[in-house]
Design a protein around this ligand. Structure first.
Ligand code: ADP
Ligand code: MG
Length: 273
């Protein structure tokens, strides 16, 4: 049986790795889906101009749809742009449109440019709390860069979730990522910490996957979840149907592994108080 305890306060996780294609979006939407599937209140914030998280959750994000761009640049409230994720009763999503591609540059000249997501999210979470419908988990899906969008995510979050693909050069660039997180801790968000590392696209038939897993566990230790996400065709197919693997093929190994990973995350959070 599975247990997904409600956290004492909202947990805000930013899913980050400046490498593209390592499973950030897949992890953000599927962990979110697993938590919502178990009745927890979840908000996904898509902060990648590609809008892949919005797509996977079937949330409208064509040009002209108001989303995270309007929040960051035009001072919209999150409540004005948040959408229901249609497959879930307890999940909402702040979509990203392609307009967001310009935000990286437009943010540079904005007041409090690093704090804009934190402020908007804080306001939204207080509103939800006041309505008696508090959010249990926020998952922020970052773009593959360490620019101002990702900085906004690091400042808004408490926890970082780093997906690492079980491939050659898995740890390449990780030291740069850690350095950036340290800078954020020193200057902008002392509460930020790397709570979770998740091994993705694990191929049990190859020696390479096992080696990478070993190397990552040696490097990060306890932060690495016991659960590893296998390479799975079902996981990669799901987004083209506007679905997470949890809703697309609930009994597949991919869906089960993401549910296990989400359960570990929720249990660890409970243990951390
Ligand atoms: P990122 O957000 O880091 O760029 P994605 O989550 O979009 O990475 O994943 C990159 C590609 O790999 C996507 O096509 C996705 O469907 C696929 N993918 C992710 N995880 C898996 C997996 N466990 N098995 C098979 N394909 C996967
Ligand atoms: Mg992505």
């Amino acid at each position: 049986s599975t247990t997904f305890p409600k956290p004492a306060e909202t947990r805000i996780l930013t899913v980050a790795n400046q490498k593209g294609g390592v499973g950030k979006t897949t992890t953000a939407v599927n962990v979110a889906a697993a938590l919502a599937y178990h009745g927890l209140e979840v908000l996904v914030v898509d902060i990648d101009p590609q809008g892949n998280a919005s797509t996977a959750l079937s949330v409208e994000h064509s040009t002209g749809v108001a989303g995270i761009y309007e929040v960051l640049i035009d001072d919209y409230d999150i409540s004005q742009v948040v959408a229901e994720a249609p497959d879930f009763e307890t999940m909402k999503c702040v979509p990203a449109t392609i307009d967001l591609a310009g935000a990286e540059i437009e943010l540079v000249s904005k007041v409090a440019r690093e704090l804009r997501l934190q402020r908007a999210l804080g306001k939204y979470l207080r509103e939800r709390e006041a309505e008696g419908n508090p959010v249990d988990y926020v998952l922020i899906d970052c773009p593959p860069s360490l620019g101002l969008l990702t900085v906004n995510a690091f400042v808004a979050a408490r926890e970082v979730l780093i997906p690492i693909q079980c491939e050659y050069y898995a740890l390449e660039g990780v030291s740069q990522l850690l350095k950036n997180i340290q800078l954020i801790q020193q200057h902008l968000n002392p509460e930020l910490w790397i709570s979770t590392v998740l091994l993705t696209m694990y191929d049990g038939r190859t020696r390479l996957s096992a080696q990478v897993a070993e190397e990552v566990r040696a490097h990060f230790g306890e932060q690495v979840l016991d659960t590893v996400i296998p390479r799975s065709v079902r996981i990669s197919e799901a987004p083209s149907y506007g679905k997470t693997v949890i809703t697309y093929e609930p009994s597949s190994t991919g869906a089960l592994s993401y549910r296990e990973a989400a359960e570990e995350i929720s249990l660890r959070g409970a243990a951390n108080g």
